[in-house]
Ligand binder design. Structure first.
Ligand code: AMP
Ligand code: MG
Length: 312
């Protein structure tokens, strides 16, 4: 049994002790709950991959609490630094060349000479990072491929007994994963649509963001075709449920069921998405989902729904 404890000074110290000993601690971020371990400890990172059942070729995001630590881990171009200044702390992950002074273990980077870095905005995550003092890798705290957790209880449902401590900071504000942008090539490339709207990122990049097509290969597992999946069969873009289907609605509608946002607010829908999928998954073998407009955060929501619907 893993304990769920509120984030406070005492529990942060306890968590830091676990982390220093190579343990695993789940913590809230503004996107989803992360499963954190010492990024510099290869044994801890192996434990983390095993607890999630995550394939080792799938590298992890390292989380930092300051630009000083970020610059120790990665080489920032002027443009990358400008983007970090604009969007950090926040739901943006930047893929950059590893710095010679980097401490994040090879295995956390899946052997790549690049590193994915993020400074989360959640005060609890920042407090955890500051208390620990060094980068933490923190992929979503769920079984690999399953629905991402947006509450401490979701984490427990997936990983009870496999993690040392779950820090509870309430439901996640954003509810979907970070946007991932790569600064490795000549132009910045969007690797995963996420909680920072693509259009806002592109505008900050002066319209230079490259948004790749489906067939360009997998460089982020958010790009695996089947991911974020409930057990139930999912039918996105539906007009109404068929007999036996659970209904996940959006906007005002007379159809009974669960609703992502009665007001038709995409931000609220993103925040509710994974919890709604978990709730419906517990009651139905099949789930029909209403049409979600493919604009703003709708892009990231539809991306998650398409992958949740895909069967290999
Ligand atoms: P998750 O932590 O499960 O949200 O996934 C982290 C995402 O960051 C995955 O899609 C990784 O593939 C991606 N990622 C981590 N490191 C790199 C890297 N060096 N290059 C490209 N993508 C990365
Ligand atoms: Mg994940």
């Amino acid at each position: 049994m893993t304990a769920i404890v509120p984030i406070q000074q005492g529990t942060l110290s306890l968590a830091a002790m676990h982390l220093r000993g190579g343990g695993l601690v789940a913590m809230p971020t503004e996107t989803v709950y992360g499963l954190a371990c010492n990024a510099a400890n290869p044994d801890a990172v192996v434990r983390l991959y095993e607890a999630k059942g995550r394939p080792r070729f799938n590298p992890l995001i390292a989380h930092v609490a300051s630009m000083e630590i970020a610059e120790q881990e990665a080489v920032f171009s002027d443009q990358a630094r400008e983007i970090a200044a604009k969007f950090w702390p926040g739901p943006l992950t930047m893929v950059l060349p590893v710095a010679p002074t980097g401490t994040v273990s090879d295995i956390a980077r899946a052997g790549l000479d690049t590193i994915a870095l993020r400074m989360p905005a959640h005060p609890g995550a920042l407090a955890m990072l500051r208390t620990f003092g060094k980068p933490l890798v923190a992929p979503s705290a769920n079984r690999s491929g399953h629905v991402s957790p947006t509450t401490a209880q979701h984490v427990k449902a997936d990983l009870d007994g496999k993690v040392d401590l779950i820090l509870d900071g309430g439901p996640c504000e954003r509810g979907i994963e970070s946007t991932i942008v790569s600064f490795i090539g000549e132009r910045p490339v969007l690797l995963r649509a996420g909680a920072l709207e693509t259009s806002i990122l592109n505008e900050a990049l002066g319209g230079t963001l490259v948004v790749r097509g489906e067939d360009d290969g997998i460089s982020a597992p958010g790009q695996l075709k089947s991911h974020y999946a409930p057990n139930a069969h999912l039918r996105p873009n539906a007009d109404a449920p068929e007999p036996g289907e659970g209904w996940l609605g959006f906007g005002s509608s007379p159809i009974p069921g669960t609703n992502l946002s009665e007001a038709g607010d995409l931000r609220e829908a993103a925040k509710n998405l994974f919890a709604a999928l978990r709730t419906l998954d517990a009651g139905f073998d099949r789930i029909a989902v209403a049409h979600i407009p493919n604009e703003g955060l709708g892009e990231a929501i539809n991306d998650r729904l398409a992958r949740a619907a895909h069967r290999d």
